[in-house]
Design a protein around this ligand. Structure first.
Ligand SMILES: [Zn+2]
Length: 406
């Protein structure tokens, strides 16, 4: 797929195939179009383009076959959290969706985890409309936050049934598949373990490249809060998100976490306001307006508390590196309930309510509103509604962190 959505700020580096623009593929000035010899750059380029399209559709067919092979090896069985999808349930639901909407829902293996588990991305597009905007929703960067996957899956089912015209919606229900597998194992064994990282226990949401350096003076007082991974993009799971974002140049991205009830936007690692704050605020309102009950609050992440900074986080990376308007949504106000003592102790309940459906019903309309909003924009419109658009300053490039390898 080409970078059709790239056009905003620094993210506007999508593949430009329009010859008339004098882009990287433009013929030299004065070139004659009528009689291009077979060896001319235009013909060669068209041949490569066609070959590329054929190869990428073959790769997609391969991924689909691989997905069904993996899914067929898992049989849903009874488990201790019947309201949640264990891996076999998840694969079965995703397989059913692919079979129900062929030509509308596709699957791609966008990477592999440390332990070799595939990372699956599902993309919904209405074949009747050319794509003018792209939305990415991904969940479960943190091992114990299963509610995000429930929301992502339900959102995928919703957009597959009612695809917003002109919007390619990509959903990754599980990014940290190794961490999730450990939690699944714990639950089946009756063990109560707090887990956040991937297989080697790296916090994937401190592994990104933008805003990794701690500058706040509070870092001397509470250094553990300012820790990052060993090196930028050191893990295959974060590399998978980075490579996908680089290729697709999503207009908007949402990373699903728990808990809090917030719609956070960058910067997470800097106190200063992001240059596109108006965009973030406007898009946050779109999400909020889509919700019907217990609406989440839109806020810049570093402003959560005066001492809080998150370094190497996904939203700063997607925004700083690719111009994507990236949000971190904290689902639920905890899965624990004062009125249900059995929810007080299990760590799984910190993030995941006994009945996930109530939170799913709350969050999915917010995500759907965001997707519809992008669908309603006139191509190649910005992610904002017209009025604020003129006032919006372009996104400046974030320089690489000083002293940090990229
Ligand atoms: Zn999280």
């Amino acid at each position: 797929m080409q970078g059709l959505g790239g056009g905003q700020g620094q993210g506007g580096q999508g593949v430009d195939l329009d010859f008339s623009h004098g882009g990287p593929y433009a013929p030299p000035a004065g070139a004659r179009y009528g009689a291009a010899p077979p060896g001319s750059p235009i013909v060669r380029h068209l041949i490569f383009l066609t070959l590329g399209l054929i190869l990428s559709s073959l790769a997609r067919a391969d991924d689909r076959a691989a997905f069904f092979r993996v899914a067929s090896r898992h049989t849903p069985a009874a488990h201790p959290e019947p309201a949640y999808h264990f891996q076999a349930d998840l694969l079965a639901a995703e397989a059913a969706l692919l079979q129900r909407w062929p030509g509308r829902v596709s699957v791609e293996r966008v990477g592999d985890t440390v332990q070799g588990r595939p990372i699956w991305a599902f993309t919904v597009r209405d074949p009747g409309h050319p794509v003018h905007h792209k939305l990415l929703v991904f969940a479960q960067i943190h091992a114990l936050e299963w509610i995000g996957t429930e929301v992502a899956l339900d959102f995928l089912v919703e957009v597959a049934a009612h695809p917003p015209p002109g919007v390619a919606v990509t959903v990754i229900p599980v990014l940290n598949a190794d961490g999730r597998a450990k939690v699944e194992f714990d639950l089946k064994a009756g063990d109560d373990v707090y887990r956040r990282g991937n297989a080697p226990n790296v916090d994937l949401n401190r592994d990104f490249a933008v805003n990794r350096e701690a500058t706040a003076i509070w870092r001397h007082l509470i250094p553990r809060r300012y820790a990052t991974s060993p090196a930028p993009l050191s893990q295959p799971e974060s590399q998978a998100i980075d490579a996908l974002a680089d290729r697709e140049r999503f207009d908007v991205a949402v990373s699903l976490h728990a808990y809090g009830g917030y719609i956070y936007y960058p910067w997470a690692g800097l106190w200063e306001r992001p240059p596109d704050r108006d965009d973030f605020e406007a898009l946050g309102r779109v999400f909020e307006a889509g919700m019907t009950t217990r609406t989440y609050r839109t806020q810049q992440l570093s402003r959560w508390a005066f001492f809080f900074r998150g370094h190497g986080m996904e939203i700063d990376h997607l925004y700083g590196q690719y111009g994507t308007r990236a949000f971190l949504v904290e689902l639920t106000r905890t899965g624990r309930s004062l009125w249900r003592p059995r929810t007080w102790k299990p760590r799984f309940r910190i993030y995941n309510p006994e009945d996930p459906q109530r939170e799913v019903n709350r969050a999915v309309p917010g995500l759907t509103a965001l997707a519809r909003h992008l669908g309603g924009l006139t191509p190649p419109g910005s992610v904002l509604t017209g009025a604020c658009r003129e006032a919006r300053a372009p996104t400046p490039a974030r320089p690489p962190s000083s002293g940090e390898p990229r």
